[in-house]
Write a protein that binds this ligand. Structure first.
Ligand code: GDP
Ligand code: MN
Length: 419
């Protein structure tokens, strides 16, 4: 689960990271009031689940694809300022009135950046934060490094909006330090990183405290990524987080009931949200037109491969899980039928612990409860196959039957093409 910058900043602050003061607003008037509270000089920032906002562009919904094309084809178009004539989703304001104007220009528009994809992201909220006089920008992040099996801190003295370019052209400018999770954050890690980045004296101490807070934030929230870019050194020598990004590992959400309310469903794919709400946990929307209902992630992958081999494109990845609950099948079909691009459905079940007759019952129930106006191909194998086939037979439903997966995929592709 991704958080918005304003939410990530709160978690960082709770864990001892110095962040600039700020609050979220959803109207220009609120933005103006917050700016006044903060003394007038602020930065107004679009809150969306994507980065590259400063260099992004605000457009209406109909213009997002063309803008995305423009930003991604020529790097010259993907340049941004926080003040002046090429401002994007991050704008400096020197008075509450300017903050109000900046918010008015951002809210309700779609922000397109190289990270949003061609749809862009509708901006519903802005963060109004205290403006920083930045002397130098650093990059500081922590991730779970799966290969190492430990948290890994990454930092660079060349932070800011060009960090992707630095990573591509000069990877040596990014330093890495693994943290032993059994020992926790040991002070030498902070000192080593601070020295490598060129910090000394009081700033080294400030940096170390921030690095420790970053680690504590990761642990406290079961995050897979926490990123501060830029971590700024101000003109008066303070080290402070000016931007924040945080992703929580979905598998840990069960023990973060308090963080669940930070979820912004408007940022997620509506079909994936529906699937989660209906208990169909493993659903990922894809670009094709063949809806897949499969039990088991491995079988779901194999099914997608076989559809592609047969010349088709899957509309989704879906693993209904090992459940003997016909309602789960109904719910899976409900999600798939919401997808307008679906032209055929392939039900591919290998009944082990899951029983084929219960899956068949689910498909029949779905036909009773909903209008299923696309062809459904069924391939059933495994436990209680005979009982399942009998149910399908007796239902009299126009289900297309197949014995082998290749045959099933072929029939699904033909059915989709014929539609
Ligand atoms: P991003 O583009 O989505 O990563 O958004 P950021 O919050 O990182 O803002 C982009 C850039 O705007 C930063 O790299 C800074 O250079 C600049 N910026 C953001 N906040 C301030 C601020 O308070 N003062 C100044 N001078 N620049 C800022
Ligand atoms: Mn940033």
């Amino acid at each position: 689960m991704k958080l918005h910058e304003y939410q990530a900043r709160d978690l960082l602050a709770q864990n001892g990271v110095a962040v600039t003061a700020g609050r979220v607003a959803s109207t220009p008037a609120e933005a103006k009031a917050i700016a006044a509270e903060l003394g007038g000089k602020v930065v107004v920032k679009a809150q969306i689940h994507a980065g590259g906002r400063g260099k992004g562009r605000l457009v209406s919904e109909s213009e997002t694809a063309a803008m995305y094309e423009k930003l991604t084809t020529d790097p010259a178009n993907n340049s941004g300022q926080v003040k002046g004539d090429r401002v994007g989703g991050v704008r400096l304001a020197d008075t509450p009135e300017e903050a109000e104007q900046a918010a008015a220009a951002i809210l309700g528009k779609h922000l397109v950046s190289i990270q949003t994809g061609p749809e862009g992201k509708l901006v519903n909220r802005v963060l109004v934060a205290e403006q920083t006089d930045i002397a130098k920008e650093y990059y500081l992040a922590i991730i779970i490094d799966g290969a190492q099996g430990s948290p890994l801190i990454m930092a660079s003295a060349e932070g800011g909006q060009e960090i992707e370019v630095v990573a591509a052209n000069n990877p040596g400018a990014i330093i890495r330090e693994a943290i032993n999770p059994a020992a926790g954050f040991e002070p030498y890690v902070g000192r080593t990183l601070a020295a490598s980045l060129g910090f000394s004296g009081d700033q080294a101490a400030q940096f170390s405290a921030i690095a420790e807070g970053l680690y504590n934030t990761l642990v406290a929230s079961d995050a897979s990524l926490v990123e501060i870019n830029p971590l700024a050194v101000t003109d008066d020598g303070r080290v402070v987080a000016v931007d924040a990004k945080l992703t929580i590992d979905d598998n840990a959400m069960f023990r973060h009931k308090d963080l669940a309310e930070l979820r912004d469903k408007t940022e997620e794919d509506p079909l994936e949200v529906l699937a989660q709400d209906l208990g169909v946990a493993n659903f990922i929307k894809l670009e094709g037109n063949i809806g897949c209902v499969v039990n088991g992630a491995g079988l779901a992958m194999a099914t997608m491969d076989t559809i592609k081999l047969a010349g088709g494109e899957p509309a989704n990845f879906l693993d209904i899980g090992t459940v003997n609950d016909p309602q789960r099948v109904v719910n899976a079909l409900k999600v798939i039928l919401e997808d307008e691009s679906v032209k055929a459905i392939l039900v591919n079940i290998f009944g082990g612990m899951a029983r084929v007759d219960i899956i068949a019952q689910g498909v029949i129930m779905a036909h009773e409860q909903m209008k299923i106006d696309v062809p459904v191909v069924m391939r059933l194998v495994g436990t209680n196959l005979a009982e399942g086939e009998k149910l399908v037979e007796e239902s009299g439903l126009p289900l297309i039957r197949a014995k082998e997966l290749a045959e099933a995929a072929q029939k699904a592709v033909e059915a989709a093409n014929a539609a």
